[in-house]
Design a protein around this ligand. Sequence first.
Ligand code: HEC
Length: 174
Amino acid sequence: MKQITFLLVAIAALAGVVVITAPASLNADEVAAAIFVTKIPAGYRDWKVISVAHEEGNLNSIGAVLGNDIAIKAYREGKLPFRDGAIIAALHYGHVPSEENNQVFGRSQSFIAGPPTNVQFMVKDSKTYAATGGWGFAHFSKDGKPGDEAFMKSCFPCHNQIKARDLVFTRYAP
Ligand code: HEC
């Protein structure tokens, strides 16, 4: 049911990414708050795979990183910076053992994607998101709720550490 709700939210977002332009009168904090993407980009579940990643520690997740056509083209051509319209999605799931698979293998070795935990996006729009390196950041919990402001402020400073690759950590897995 949760997955269905999630899907419905995704469909409801068919209108696409909301473009928020911050009026000149806003102070720096308000601008920071306004640059985050608050709508789930449409159709992301059909995008192509860039790579996968497993995080241990508190996250204990399996992630699939997907890109829309503009992002995939940039990766395949090795072109940086990403051009406007590129969107990269990180779909995160729990990292859980599979008893079903282990029975087939005859030993404990199989880990698979558990229930979805969140989905994150980076949306390239060099004008709208100029304050954060041209990327708008988005985080949605498994029930489609956007991340709160304090949490959203953590995205850019960390991603900005990989400026040489246009703020994107994930490399293309052939
Ligand atoms: C402490 C550093 C840190 C913070 C904070 C952080 N990220 Fe990331 N992010 C990473 C690293 C490292 C990766 C690559 C590893 C992985 O995919 O697990 C990544 C991967 C991603 C990706 C896939 C593209 C890429 O750059 O590889 C997206 C999309 C993403 N993060 C979005 C977000 C959003 C949205 C937030 C804020 C809610 C956020 N990140 C906060 C470090 C961070």
